[in-house]
Design a protein around this ligand. Structure first.
Ligand code: ADP
Ligand code: TRP
Length: 335
């Protein structure tokens, strides 16, 4: 049963292999929401163009995101699953919203500033207006709930601003979308390098656990995670890199296992080698079924194509209403 008919939208960029951050920040929530809400989930392939991927790689990247989401439990019969580039109403709304987005506010977005720092030779306009395209993705379905990780909080705030600006200038059309997570707070899955940064598709592959990783790579990556010789005083404060390991353990291990290692830490009897071995095995058990299912799905092009086609038809039909209302409100209504 739909809860108050709130519409759900979320997307994942087709920029590489999905990882535990994507799973626990976003995909896990998609799967939980699919029975209760009308859901629109998509592969953000236009967003991936900001970094100019090789055209030869695009199809495989899109198939991968799709396969890994279905392998993680998303049911294409229950949700509308599509590629962003199949919905021309999205770039149309993006153009309209661009007129309400200011250069100054876009330049202040932390993710934009990071990208400029990382890649000063590719500061394209698509990168600057990334949050406007994201707002169009969401508002095109008049969504209220957006399951995302903590790193997307600011982008959601901008989507709310653009919705408000449109509504107050032209008339009420868009609800204000809120970020959503089933727990109390949005999730940030930490990188294994102990730096305090988040796991991410492109940064430091050795500190990221991908859903496609085989058992041995997972073991190797976890065993390399930074530790030290252990606490010397009972109940001492955890260094950040140890706290990160515990936060990862909370995601994949049984609560009793986590509690046992916490107790060992507090009593100064912890052996980090044992903890990492346990963490690696629990991650392996978690990743294996998703990896195996995704591998099979990725090879089934006819199935993926039929899912994308049907998703595109459903999403376009839904988007068409929003665009025709937006055009009317703006005054584009000539004959
Ligand atoms: P990435 O940042 O790895 O390139 P995307 O930008 O495509 O991944 O993100 C897709 C979804 O996964 C978003 O909802 C994002 O918030 C979530 N996500 C990505 N990395 C993490 C992480 N380390 N912790 C929590 N959520 C994450
Ligand atoms: N910007 C998101 C990210 O980098 C991906 C994304 C694009 C998205 N459009 C969206 C997420 C719409 C939620 C809703 O992770």
């Amino acid at each position: 049963m739909a809860i108050e008919n709130k519409i759900v939208v979320s997307g994942i960029r087709s920029t590489g292999k999905l990882h535990l951050g994507n799973y626990f920040g976003a995909m896990q929530n998609y799967v939980k929401m699919q029975d209760d809400y009308p859901c629109y989930f998509f592969v953000a392939d236009y967003h991936s163009l900001t970094t100019h991927p090789d055209p030869k790689d695009l199809r495989a990247s899109v198939y991968r995101v799709l396969s890994e989401n279905i392998a993680a439990g998303l049911d294409p019969e229950k949700v509308t699953l599509y590629a962003q580039s199949d919905i021309p109403e999205i770039p149309e709304l993006y153009l309209m919203l661009n007129m309400l987005a200011y250069k100054g506010e876009l330049e202040k977005v932390p993710t934009f500033k990071d990208k400029v720092r990382q890649n000063p030779n590719n500061v394209n306009a698509g990168l600057l207006t990334y949050p406007v395209l994201m707002a169009a993705d969401i508002l095109i379905h008049r969504a209220s709930l957006v399951p995302v990780g903590k790193d997307q909080e600011q982008h959601l705030e901008m989507a709310r601003n653009f919705a408000q600006r449109f509504n107050s200038r032209y008339g009420e059309l868009f609800p204000e979308p809120q970020p959503f997570n089933f727990g109390d707070a949005l999730v940030k899955v930490m990188s294994l390098d102990g730096s305090g940064g988040k796991m991410s598709k492109s940064e430091n592959e050795n500190a990221t656990i991908y859903l496609a990783d085989d058992d041995d790579s997972i073991r190797k990556k976890v065993m390399k995670a930074k530790t030290d010789s252990g606490p010397i005083e009972a109940n001492s404060l955890m260094p950040e890199y140890i706290a990160s390991l515990f936060s990862l353990m909370r995601l994949v291990s049984a609560p009793a296992t986590v509690a046992a290692f916490e107790e060992h830490f507090n009593q100064c009897t912890i052996r980090y080698g044992d903890m990492k071995k346990q963490l690696a095995e629990d991650m392996i058990e978690f990743v294996r079924p998703i990896r195996e299912k995704a591998k099979a799905l990725e090879l089934d092009a006819p199935l993926l194509q039929s899912i994308l086609k049907r998703g595109a038809e459903q999403a376009r039909a839904h988007a068409a209403f929003t665009i025709s209302e937006a055009r009317k409100l703006i005054g584009i209504n000539y004959y």
